[in-house]
Design a protein around this ligand. Structure first.
Ligand SMILES: [Fe+2]
Length: 332
């Protein structure tokens, strides 16, 4: 196991160096760097793939013995701790997130994207969380945001239950995944456009798969109505520039708007009573009107980012949703 750790770390460093070299070369003049980048790209991808295979093997060695108990999604989770963008902040999880889950007695933590698992982190966040989650029998579920390593995330297969089990107690819920808690239908539709796209490098810290596609939206809508929509981006009823005002380029705004338009198809097509999202790093709890049928109202909970002043977490009790969203939600 120790030798595997050393190999993983060495490969991760090689991968990072190669990725940086390719990114730098792509920016050189006279087309020389560009040609190098094109030639080096397959090697870079091969290194990244090898590293991911090792990571999966490493995870299997940690969790894959015959006695490991893989939890199931509870039918009635009791209390669910909702968490805003965490951006790979393991210290926040250890000092705030996990203690809060213990304090409020949440059996499940539901995180709304920009969770931030990066292949270069060598499972630091996943392994740092899996231990205490397993010890306390708690599940951590999340939808993807835009600031995620989609190269890594999408390399993990969706299992027969429709989720990506990154660790036994840490699951990613893909776009279109549905589940029922206390008789209430939940729908996952993560993803969003990056407003800081212009400052990022494709394949290094940005991937086009962050955007919700027409196929994603179609898949969500085809499943029919839901009670609770869990997303990363917010509906158009929320000010799209909150938290980023003045910093978006025209191209980045257009990219973000295209993904958000697909999310809006999902909002209108699945008619949730409650929508829970992050992304804008601001807390709000508002009643919104459908853009297609203004008489139809729904509740929008926007979560602040981890470490934000207020509203980065909330407790949801799905069994109380039948009495109204206000009864089921406690903002922390
Ligand atoms: Fe985001």
């Amino acid at each position: 196991m120790a030798r595997l750790d050393v190999t993983c770390n060495a490969l991760a460093r090689a991968s990072d160096n190669l990725e940086r070299a390719v990114a730098r070369a792509a920016g050189l003049p006279d087309g020389v760097g560009e040609a190098f980048a094109v030639e080096a790209a397959p090697a870079s991808r091969a290194v990244v793939e090898a590293m991911r295979a090792l990571e999966r093997l490493q995870a299997l060695m940690v969790t894959g013995d015959a006695d490991t108990v893989f939890p199931e999604l509870p039918v009635d989770p009791g209390r669910v701790l909702l968490v805003g963008d965490t951006h790979a902040d393991l210290t926040w999880w250890q000092e705030v997130g996990l203690p809060t889950a213990r304090r409020v007695g949440a059996s499940v933590i539901l995180q709304v994207g920009d969770f931030g698992v990066w292949s270069r982190d060598q499972g630091r966040v996943l392994d740092g969380l899996e231990g205490p989650l397993a010890e306390e029998g708690r599940l951590l579920l999340y939808v993807e945001g835009n600031h995620e390593d989609f190269g890594y995330l999408l390399s993990v297969p969706v299992d027969e239950d429709g989720v990506r089990r990154l660790r036994p107690h840490i699951w990613h819920l893909p776009r279109g995944f549905r589940w029922v808690w206390s008789g209430q239908t939940f729908l996952a539709c993560g993803g969003a456009g990056s407003p800081d796209l212009g400052g990022r490098v494709r394949g290094v810290d940005w991937w086009p798969q962050e955007a919700i596609t027409p196929d994603d939206a179609e898949r969500c809508v085809t499943g029919g109505a839901c009670d609770v929509l869990v997303s990363h981006d917010g509906p158009v009823q929320v000010d799209p520039e909150v938290g980023y005002r003045g910093s978006w380029s025209a191209a980045d705004r257009a990219w973000c708007a295209a993904s958000r338009a697909q999310l809006q198809r999902v909002v209108e097509g699945t008619r949730p009573r409650l929508m829970i999202h992050g992304h804008y790093h601001e807390h709000h709890l508002v009643e919104a009107a459908s853009t297609a049928y203004p008489a139809r109202r729904f509740t929008v909970l926007g979560l602040n980012h981890a470490g934000g002043d207020h509203g980065s977490m909330a407790v949801l009790e799905p069994s109380l949703l039948s009495s109204g969203e206000a009864a089921a939600l406690t903002i922390l």
